[in-house]
Design a protein around this ligand. Sequence first.
Ligand SMILES: [Zn+2]
Length: 162
Amino acid sequence: MILPVVDDVDTAPFWTAARAGRLVVQRCTACSRWRFPPAVRCSGCRSDEFEWTAVSGAATVWSFVIAHGPTLPGYAEETPFPVAVVELAEGSHLRMVGNVLPAADARLGSLTAEDIAIGDPVRVAFREIGPNVVMPVWIPDAGRDADAALPTRKNEGDDAIV
Ligand SMILES: [Zn+2]
C-alpha cells in the first residue's frame, strides 16, 4: 500500500492532528479563507500567513465514484470501493477526497453505489492505514440534516458568505 508522507514540512500538522483524532485545515489569517490541500499561499488574497484550524468533521457527499480494478496492488483485494469528494460544513469550496465506510475499521468495499448518494451527510472518522499513518475517512451520518450542516450552500455564489 502506498502511504502518504506524514513528516513533510507543509503537511505534517494535518497528519499529526489526524493521529490525535482531529481534522485540521489551513486557514488564512489575513482573509479567513480555508485552504485545502495545504498550500504556501492563499488562493484568495495571496497571503502566506495561516493557522492550522480544527473543523467540525461534518460534511456532505459532493460526488463519488466506485473504484474498480486495476488498482495499486495494495488495494486490489478490496475493490470495488467508493471514493468520494466531500464538502465540509465550513465552506462550499472546502472539499476533501476520501473513502466512505460504515465504520473506520471496515473493509474499503463495505459500501456500494446503492448505499451512497450525492448530498448524503457524512462525518469524519480516522483509520490507521500504516505505521504512524492515520487517514481521515467518511462515515454516513444519516441522523444529521445535511442542509442544516451546510448553511453556505444556500448562499452559493455569495462571496461575502464563503
Ligand atoms: Zn487569504
